[in-house]
Design a protein around this ligand. Structure first.
Ligand code: SAM
Length: 243
């Protein structure tokens, strides 16, 4: 994607999320039949964070993954949620305060394509349901790889394309035909929930995304299909440099 196209996509995505920020959490639960909560729990189990870990949640949106990590790492740890849409962060902020985790969980306005952090900083970097939205998937995975410490994890939880064709056909009927209609009725706008299925069309499938993790320099890459492959969890580790 050229610079101009990347800018257009970023601007469009920004408007989409600014427009739906106040309904994002409810719509997530409605449209995924609450599955996203199970997927997030599965991801947390696989990550096995430790108390005291320093975590970065890229494209944190309304902060759900950042919150889950904060509850696990506790006051001795630190969680930072980065997002380029202030409206989404404005929904996240009161949630952190209400839970009393704002002392060690913070939010930062910034772009996933060029993150304002030094190399080798975090114990884990996560990105949830956002790689579809960035102009250059590989660039974001490379950035996440850059900012985690050697030996640490880069993790993506993202919608995906089911492998099993009969199920895929059925699911695509819901995803491409029904979901945009429900979305439009619920938020009174067309663009956001037309974009959701559209964003999957050109996105890599689970196997291709695993290859991008490897291309970004990660090793021991594993991927897990969730709910018959509607969603996928990818985990890769930054190599430990030899002395
Ligand atoms: C579908 S929401 C996911 C939010 C959250 N991670 C979750 O799991 O619910 C996608 C988020 O990605 C953010 N986003 C998209 N492109 C971005 C970029 N280039 N840099 C930072 N944030 C970005 C949007 O602002 C939005 O908050």
């Amino acid at each position: 994607m050229g610079n101009d196209q990347a800018g257009v996509k970023s601007e469009f995505v920004h408007t989409v999320f600014a427009d739906i920020a106040d309904r994002y959490d409810v719509m997530n639960s409605v449209l995924s039949f609450n599955q996203h909560k199970l997927w997030r729990r599965f991801a947390m189990r696989k990550m096995q964070l430790r108390e005291g870990d320093h975590c970065l949640d890229v494209a944190t949106g309304t902060g759900d993954w950042a919150i889950a990590m904060a509850k696990t790492v506790g006051r001795g740890g630190e969680v930072l949620g980065l997002d380029f849409c202030q409206e989404m962060l404005d929904v996240a902020e009161p949630k952190l305060q209400k839970l009393g985790i704002d002392g060690f969980t913070s939010l930062l306005h910034g772009n996933a394509m060029a993150m304002p952090f030094p190399d080798d900083t975090y114990d884990v970097a996560t990105i949830g349901f956002a790689l579809r939205n960035v102009p250059d998937v590989l660039q974001v995975i490379k950035e996440m790889t850059r900012v985690v410490k050697p030996g640490s994890m880069v993790v993506s939880l993202e919608l995906s394309k089911p492998d099993f064709k009969p199920f895929r056909t059925l699911y695509y009927f819901y995803f491409y035909r029904i979901l945009p209609v429900i979305g439009r009725m619920a938020v009174g706008k067309d663009a956001p929930y037309r974009w959701l299925p559209e964003s999957l069309r050109t996105f890599p499938d689970r196997h291709q995304l695993a290859r991008l993790f490897v291309e970004a320099g990660l090793e021991r890459v594993v991927s897990y299909p969730l709910t018959f492959g509607i969603c996928a969890l990818h985990i890769g580790y930054k190599p430990v440099r030899s002395a």
